[in-house]
Design a protein around this ligand. Sequence first.
Ligand code: 5CA
Ligand code: ZN
Length: 412
Amino acid sequence: MRAWTSPEVPSLPVTGPAVRVHDTATGALVETRPEGPARMYVCGITPYDATHMGHAATYVAFDLLNRAWRNAGHEVTYVQNVTDVDDPLLERATRVGVDWAELALRETQLFRDDMEALRVLPPAHYVGAVESIPLAVAVIERLQAAGAIYQVDTDLYYSVTADHAFGDVSGWDRDRMLEIFGERGGDPDREGKKDPLDCVVWRGEREGEPSWPSPFGPGRPGWHVECTAIALEHLGAGFDVQGGGSDLVFPHHEMGAGHAQVAEPGVSFARAYAHAGMVAYDGEKMSKSKGNLVFVSALRRSEVDPMAIRLVLLRHHYRSDWEWTDDQLWDAVDTLATWRRALALGAGADSAPVVERVLAALATDLDAPAAVQAVQDWVEATLGTTGLADTSDPDAAATVHRLLDAALGLSL
Ligand code: 5CA
Ligand code: ZN
């Protein structure tokens, strides 16, 4: 499907350092070493409700990675999916009495508009689950050929034991896996399964649900295999970073990696697995199922500057869990007003150090709070509020303007 319109990204006077990110699988910071274009897959939305701040935080986090790579001189091939058929979408459509496909189209369009407003760079391939069903079928056939598939009624299951590296993405023990699996779409208690952790790869047709023909009978693909199939098709195995929120570590990214590693033995699915923290609101993880949501589109409708929303997100390290409060938004509005005052001066404090600090911070596990602090220091020096006023750089504002845009996605 169509992605969204890309903002212009200015070029910078210097090249940024090599980019390191935290890898969930090893628990360490790893240096990314793209061969050819950097390849990134980020799990996209299930489009049954509008983009909330948790989604926005996750996509802005990986946008920083995209930008850090570009600023380090790499091209980037970015792929994102849309889970445009899945249980929660079908349930919501039934509940509100709209056609599931129309609901998905509408919410996906709203997401595109939100991403454009937040200046998130679009993926090169924005791919729907429905349009990828043939890809998922092909992966399931490869899993079958590898002996990793068995049938329960009209459903096909994947044996987690088929991948000797099962558990390596999350690093979780079995008890924890069992506890969380059921909460996140799994069915540990289903009779006929060989292992409670085995996951569905093909869900046979159910009455009242959409289905598609396949060699396994009519039905639809499971959630995990959808992302595996799209990533293998558009990036190939061994791509640089698999991304998403930390709620996807297990089972989604664990299963997705397993499917790929059984379908294509000998290659790790991704070289690193990066996860954004969870954004909470009213004391709980912001989620469509709980309904404790702050929508990007609702704020946009009330004339809030999308750059202020983006600044709130940048002020939290992407890996931390944090809670959205309206105070932070108004604080960001005030901060941007101050930054704009400094930028309006034209000349300002020397821009070379702020360029270096911002690029270094972002290349070190996307440390946006440190980058924001570096900008704040330049603004204060330029406005003279720290007493260190140094207006030695006649083009400082133009440089910082470009830096904010290229590295942080803030167009002021
Ligand atoms: N369609 C699947 C991924 S294939 C899905 O998880 N969709 S979603 O709409 O539920 O979430 C979209 C993205 O936002 C995922 O990467 C998810 O990890 C992330 N996300 C969801 N809720 C939050 C939250 N409260 N805070 C941060 N990120 C979140
Ligand atoms: Zn996914």
